[in-house]
Ligand binder design. Structure first.
Ligand code: 5RP
Length: 293
């Protein structure tokens, strides 16, 4: 505690100035959450743009080592300047990522699948809340399988995570999986995103689709768009631009960054769209200039 020497008597009460900390919180649907939840959300979503660039490298949780992620310890450090959030498993983070990375953490918390399965829709809530707290996770990423055989168990996982997340002030990101039997239609994405938000997810990760604005409008929490399979860089930047234009509050890209021959420049170009209002054309020009330097 401060020493008592030279204590000055309080006198500046600014009685004519209204209480300053009265602004609504800037993340969609978060206004009634606890301070700690909002702090975590502010580690994910930039207060100025309201958006986020998540780098997804959690593919190993069911794919093992995948092209571009053979050496996480080499891939991640060079991308850090251009991303806001690291999305990975606790195993990858603890073994391969410097804890002094200064980024938000989206912790992949479900598991149980592998590429050897035909049906990938049965997972368990694998990370307990205490380890999520130890990892200083800013959200728990929970895979859900709406319309698949594993729907019930995946929504049970989500609800358990929301119960624990509310108890310990850690947001939950509901991840909408798209399996072979789930078509990527506006109808499906409106259904899936809204169900997850109704069950208490604080962030939804899903895919871009036609009428995306309607999916966003019907979802009371922020949507972050997954990149999906590797596209030519120009197309991936158009996907990013259309997502942000359509109301997404960020991108969660993996393969379109780590499988790019110019991952650093690609992550920088995505950042331009997400935080600086670049169009896809402007971002692609930026990307081309960067790789031709
Ligand atoms: C992997 C995931 C990824 O986080 C998500 O799909 C984003 O990665 P990509 O842009 O490569 O699709 O859930 O299981």
């Amino acid at each position: 505690m401060a020493d008592l020497e030279g204590v000055k008597i309080a006198k500046d009460y600014h009685v004519d100035v209204p209480f300053a900390n009265n602004e609504p919180f800037y993340v969609k649907g978060a206004n009634n959450l606890d301070w700690g939840m909002k702090k975590h959300l502010s580690n994910i979503f930039n207060k100025k743009s309201g958006n986020t660039v998540m780098f997804a490298f959690d593919h190993g949780y069911f794919m093992g080592s995948t092209a571009g992620l053979e050496r996480l310890d080499l891939v991640i450090p060079k991308l850090l300047p251009n991303i806001d959030v690291l999305m990975g498993t606790r195993g990858a983070l603890r073994t391969c990522v410097d804890p002094a990375n200064g980024k938000g953490i989206a912790l992949r918390a479900t598991s149980g699948s592998s590429m050897l399965n035909e049906d990938l829709s049965h997972e368990v809530l694998a990370v307990d809340i205490e380890d999520a707290i130890r990892m200083n996770a800013d959200c728990l990423a929970i895979q859900t399988f709406i319309g698949a055989d594993g729907q019930l168990s995946s929504l049970e996982n989500l609800s358990k995570a929301v119960n624990l997340g509310q108890r310990y002030s850690i947001p939950v990101m509901g991840v909408v999986a798209v399996g072979k039997q789930m078509e990527r239609t506006p109808r499906f994405f409106k259904l899936a995103t809204r169900i997850l938000a109704e069950l208490g997810a604080n962030i939804i990760k899903t895919y871009y689709c036609e009428d995306f604005e309607e999916v966003v409008a019907a979802c009371p929490v922020p949507i972050v768009v997954a990149g999906g399979k590797k596209l030519p860089e120009e197309e991936a930047l158009t996907l990013a631009y259309n997502s942000i234009k359509g109301g997404a509050k960020g991108l969660d890209m993996g393969r379109n960054i780590f499988q790019s021959t110019h991952a650093v420049e690609m992550s920088a170009a995505i950042r331009k769209i997400v935080h600086e209002g670049y169009t896809d054309k402007e971002a692609y020009e930026f990307f081309q200039d960067a790789i031709n330097k």
